[in-house]
Design a binder for this molecule. Structure first.
Ligand SMILES: Nc1ncnc2c1ncn2[C@@H]1O[C@H](COP(=O)(O)OP(=O)(O)O)[C@@H](O)[C@H]1O
Ligand SMILES: CC(=O)N[C@@H](CCC(=O)OP(=O)(O)O)C(=O)O
Length: 332
């Protein structure tokens, strides 16, 4: 809430009303710029750990929808998979940030992601209307993958049914969007051998954002954003471009590495802005899309961003969303 000093002769109620109106009107240029745009939102398992956060997330998604954007949810559910593997007594480990996925573990991953987490997100969104349609990445071959090759200390290492995305078919997702729906997609892929593969949800969200020609990729996680020199230093990096991110990647540790790689791939693939935001903060998604300052970390391609933002009038100059003086250019 922006607290402004009362003006002479203004009551507390009038000052409060003025603040509320100012907060609403701050969203106007962003509503205009992102109207009709596709925004891919990656919902990670750590941002869905309590009922309150899940309910607020569903509200944010429906808000984006009613505001005229076209949200697409791609979700993970790592902690939820861990809990179920524990319950059924199946051991699992991580190598290079990816779950070593035996055939037995794959059954659990698929059951939890598509049968449990996906259903819950769809249910929460649909408390607001018949919007969300849940699909697995394997449905209609939306996400296709081949077996991922991983090297540990220079040695090829088998991590089981983990997929490397080789193709994305956006048509079925676009058809749902065109029908006024909100696609909710689990990170399971159709495998080249006829089965399914477990795919990191950050990677799946990035590939879908590129294939759908999204204007933004927004990833919710359990930190404020990307920190410089983590864990010694937790100073937030608000904005960086693809070159700066490329230079930073080798220094990143496991949790952030797939996320920042996914951001880089999205921006390299033509998505103007990719964001990491704090999913523990209720409605952080709305703060990112509709406020001048935004939240979290943004990876942006200056040229694509200028084309995206200059289509609709004046852009306020802020630290986060800097732009050149370019005022022409068509929104895509
Ligand atoms: N440079 C960094 N900045 C912020 N967090 C980092 C960084 N490097 C590693 N991390 C870790 O990455 C975690 C987020 O990744 P992860 O746990 O995989 O999230 P999610 O489950 O949301 O996909 C953070 O909680 C933090 O511990
Ligand atoms: C290969 C691999 O590691 N897949 C992930 C898929 C889920 C995921 O990515 O969930 P979060 O977004 O909550 O981390 C896993 O099995 O945990």
């Amino acid at each position: 809430m922006i607290a402004r000093p009362s003006q002479p002769g203004e009551s507390d109620e009038q000052a409060e009303a003025r603040d509320k109106a100012a907060n609403l009107i701050e969203a106007l240029p962003w509503l205009s710029r992102f109207h009709g745009r596709t925004v891919v939102v990656k919902y990670g398992g750590n941002a869905m750990i309590n009922e309150e956060l899940r309910v607020r997330f569903a509200e944010s998604i429906v808000f984006l929808y009613y505001a005229g954007l076209r949200p697409v949810v791609v979700h993970g559910g790592g902690p939820q998979i861990n809990a179920m593997l524990d319950r059924v007594g199946v051991e699992s480990a991580f190598t290079a940030g990816l779950r070593v996925t035996t055939d037995e573990a794959m059954d659990v991953v698929r059951m939890v992601l598509t049968g449990q987490v996906n259903r819950e997100i769809v249910g929460l969104v649909n408390q607001h209307g018949p919007f969300a349609v849940g699909v697995s990445g394997e449905d209609a071959n939306i996400v296709q993958a081949e077996r991922k090759q991983v090297e540990v200390d220079g040695e090829p290492t088998d991590i089981g049914r983990v997929g490397e995305i080789c193709d994305v078919t956006p048509g079925p997702v676009s058809a749902l969007i065109g029908d006024g729906r909100i696609p909710v997609i689990s990170s399971v892929a159709r495998a080249d051998d006829g089965g399914v593969y477990n795919v990191n949800a950050d990677t799946a969200a990035s590939a879908l954002a590129v294939a759908l020609g999204a204007s933004k990729l927004i990833m919710l996680t359990d930190v404020e954003g990307l920190f410089a020199d983590y864990p010694d230093n937790t100073e937030l990096i608000s904005r960086l471009d693809a070159d700066e991110l490329r230079a930073l990647l080798p220094s990143l540790s496991s949790g952030m590495l797939p996320k920042m790689e996914a951001c880089l791939r999205a921006v390299e693939g033509g998505v103007p802005q990719a964001h990491i935001i704090d999913g523990r903060v209720p409605h952080s998604l709305l703060l990112e899309v509709f406020t001048d300052q935004g939240v979290g970390t943004m990876v942006a391609d200056a040229e694509l961003e200028a084309a995206l933002l200059s289509g609709n009038g004046h852009l306020p100059r802020t630290q986060r969303h800097q732009q050149t003086d370019q005022t022409s250019g068509e929104a895509q």
